[in-house]
Design a protein around this ligand. Structure first.
Ligand SMILES: C[S@@+](CC[C@H](N)C(=O)[O-])C[C@H]1O[C@@H](n2cnc3c(N)ncnc32)[C@H](O)[C@@H]1O
Length: 227
């Protein structure tokens, strides 16, 4: 049987792609920057210049437009202005008419998003839970999961691995003690067998999130085929 084909837009090093591969998709990545560690076929180009016929040759789409326009850091002194690519990406995907998922950070203007968090998937390292909330808008219904924050928190942001107390709502800025920062970050994100830079890890989505989304997509595609 041939596998369903998923197009991963704004793919980065392919952490999101890894979860869809684990769910059973063949994944092709698109990014404006070279991505030598992407785990599959890769095309370097601007997503907003993609041809609709090319997009329609896939069974499903995942898109992770850059989040800089929507993070708290956007209003930091001296911060560069970043255009939001969410609306143009949604327009492109709606025009293509292929089932899609768009991912971004809390605060981004996604429509009726579902939140996923490391605590829903047992992610973490060294007795710390991975707190990594990400929003997912989908063109089909997604079930809602609940966060289960209990232990102290490990957070991976901007190349840092932060050690944060659960009693402070997972906030605080202490760097995680110990030398193997990257090993901890890979472990917490569920990426123990990938070679990645700290920047690639910081930008990515844990594959456990997209494996779950991939399973929802497969069920949706099967329902459509049956109908
Ligand atoms: C948040 S990162 C993606 C991380 C990825 N989803 C993962 O889990 O590994 C966003 C990516 O969008 C890419 N990007 C920014 N503007 C783009 C554009 N117009 N077309 C294609 N890629 C773009 C950046 O190079 C960056 O790799």
């Amino acid at each position: 049987m041939t596998k369903p084909r998923l197009l991963d837009l704004y793919c980065g090093a392919g952490l999101a792609a890894q979860g869809y591969i684990d769910a059973g998709f063949d994944v092709t990545g698109i990014d404006i920057e070279p991505q030598p560690r992407f785990p599959g076929p890769f095309i370097q180009m601007d997503v907003l210049k993609l041809d609709l016929r090319f997009i329609r040759s896939f069974d499903a789409i995942h898109a992770s437009p850059p989040c800089q326009a929507h993070t708290a850091l956007r209003s930091a002194p001296g911060a560069k202005a970043h255009p939001s690519l969410i609306s143009p990406t949604r327009e492109l995907l709606r025009a293509a008419g292929v089932p899609y998922v768009i991912e971004n950070v809390p605060g981004a203007p996604l429509l009726e998003p579902v939140v996923l968090c490391g605590s829903m998937f047992g992610l973490g390292a060294d007795g710390h839970q991975l707190r990594r909330h990400r929003l997912f808008e989908a063109s089909f219904a997604l079930p809602k999961l609940r966060c289960a924050h209990r232990q102290p928190v490990i957070g991976i942001y901007g190349g840092h691995v932060r050690n944060r107390a659960a009693k402070h709502g997972g906030r605080g800025t202490a760097d995680f003690p110990g030398a193997n920062k990257k090993g901890l970050a890979l472990d917490a994100m569920g990426l123990t067998d990938r070679e990645l830079t700290m920047d690639e890890i910081s930008q990515g989505i844990p594959p456990a999130f997209t494996k779950w989304l991939g399973e929802q997509l497969l069920a949706h595609l099967a329902g459509r085929a049956a109908a």
